[in-house]
Design a binder for this molecule. Structure first.
Ligand SMILES: NC(=O)c1ccc[n+]([C@@H]2O[C@H](COP(=O)([O-])OP(=O)(O)OC[C@H]3O[C@@H](n4cnc5c(N)ncnc54)[C@H](O)[C@@H]3O)[C@@H](O)[C@H]2O)c1
Length: 401
């Protein structure tokens, strides 16, 4: 998908959002088709009204999508008679407009196939603190990312599960859609260490859901070891995924977010990096990880200064350990097993001894959960007077000076 495609889709969404914001309503999501049928519908006079009538929808055609600012204005004018269900742009394709992705997709399908929508069994329009918001979660296939995606969907968001691991990622998106009773999650394969892969993934996010409101830069890896043990390759991998890739994710997301702000002045968007308590204080024999996370906070503060004028807040969340997640609890590769085998916890004879040792470090005597982290994301999203912060979510284990 080209930048031009991304621009016209963003133009439509923001044109509608402008009207809805004036009415104090939430943003919208889109479903888009750029295939031959959609192009034909957008090109033939009378074809769209005809298709919409059959489907019981209201449609408008806009002649030119090459300039997103002009397009957003044209869509805004077309909304004077009420928000359309479908917008066709000549030479570009057709987009369906709705509060939630499932409804948008149904409208698109109904319009392209000329059939009436069957409302029975479909997901109701989204409600919740993130209704109409589009979120991209990197590393969303498992662990914190999966749990965050689930909690954000429960708050009404449409979520792109971005991950290197296609098999688990597809499974996760299917699971989330079953949970929600609609197509609110989409797996998109992305390697956060590759800018090209991220740019393609962000464009796919725009095509599927119409925009990008919140980037959750969550993908991360951990390779622990002493100065003598940890080899250069492991150090480079941790630095590439946890530190450099955070820059690459922001680099790929920012053009869309800037365009959204230009088309819809006054909106705020969020970049949230999932950092770690190890980004706030050193971690014994875990320096590659801690160093990469400390660096991430430097990026957050610097991005925050640069992006504030574009309506993009940038913050890090620094969670404590997620003991129930695969990173710690995987029976073969998890940190509990590793620490037992390597004798990292003096005197520990069983996994329970290792667990008790780590739990004993937390004043609240439990690990951090994805829901704890999601609550912090919701706070940062709703808080309109904060950027560049590193927010600990550690059960009292790490306190800010
Ligand atoms: N688990 C914890 O105790 C803990 C504590 C504090 C912070 N964190 C942070 O939370 C984040 C998630 O950790 P987790 O425990 O859920 O990890 P996890 O290993 O369970 O999941 C990480 C996910 O990231 C994906 N990933 C790895 N490299 C990738 C790449 N190059 N491109 C795309 N995806 C990639 C993996 O496939 C996996 O699905 C990390 O940034 C981690 O540093 C974790």
């Amino acid at each position: 998908m080209s930048n031009l495609d991304t621009a016209w889709i963003t133009g439509i969404r923001m044109g509608v959002c402008r009207v809805r914001r004036r009415a104090g309503q939430l943003p919208v999501v889109l479903a888009v088709d750029t295939g031959p049928k959609a192009l034909d519908l957008a090109a033939r006079a009378g074809a769209l009204p005809d298709a919409c009538r059959k489907a019981g929808l209201r449609g408008v055609t806009v002649p030119d999508g090459s300039n997103p600012v002009v397009l957003a204005g044209a869509v805004e004018s077309a909304c004077a008679g009420g928000i359309p269900d479908v917008v066709a742009v000549t030479g570009c394709g057709v987009a369906a407009v709705a509060d939630g992705p499932e409804t948008a997709r149904l409208r698109l399908k109904a319009c392209l196939e000329g059939v009436a929508i069957e409302p029975k069994g479909t997901r109701p329009l989204s409600a919740g603190r993130l209704a109409g918001q589009v979120v991209l979660v990197t590393g969303g296939a498992q662990g914190f990312g999966k749990g965050i995606a689930e909690s954000l969907i429960r708050e009404g968001a449409a979520v792109v599960v971005a991950d290197l691991n296609e098999a688990i990622g597809v499974q996760t998106a299917d699971e989330l859609n079953r949970m929600a009773g609609g197509a609110v999650a989409r797996f998109v394969r992305m390697d956060v260490t590759s800018l090209a892969s991220l740019e393609t993934g962000v464009a796919e996010t725009v095509r599927v859901f119409g925009g990008l409101d919140i980037l959750v830069a969550n993908a991360g890896v951990l390779k622990a070891g002493s100065i003598e043990e940890l080899d250069e390759r492991a150090f480079d991998l941790v630095t590439a995924v946890n530190y450099k890739a955070y820059f690459l994710c922001v680099r790929a997301a920012v053009p869309v977010m800037k365009l959204q702000r230009a088309l819809c002045p006054g909106i705020w968007m969020d970049v949230v990096q999932i950092n770690s308590k190890s980004g706030l204080e050193g971690s014994n024999k875990n320096f590659a990880y801690a160093g990469s996370k400390f660096g991430g906070i430097g990026l957050t503060q610097s991005f925050a200064l640069e992006l504030v004028e574009y309506g993009i807040k940038v913050n890090s969340i620094c969670p404590g350990n997620y003991y129930e997640g695969p990173l710690w609890s995987d029976p073969e590769k998890g940190l509990f097993v590793q620490y037992l085998r390597t004798g990292k916890v003096p005197g520990a004879k069983t996994i329970d001894d290792v667990k008790a040792f780590y739990m004993g470090k937390v004043p609240m005597r439990r690990g951090c959960s994805p829901l704890d982290v999601t609550r912090a994301i919701l706070y940062l999203h709703e808080q309109e007077y904060e950027t560049g912060q590193a927010l600990p979510v550690t059960g009292g284990q790490v306190m800010m000076n």
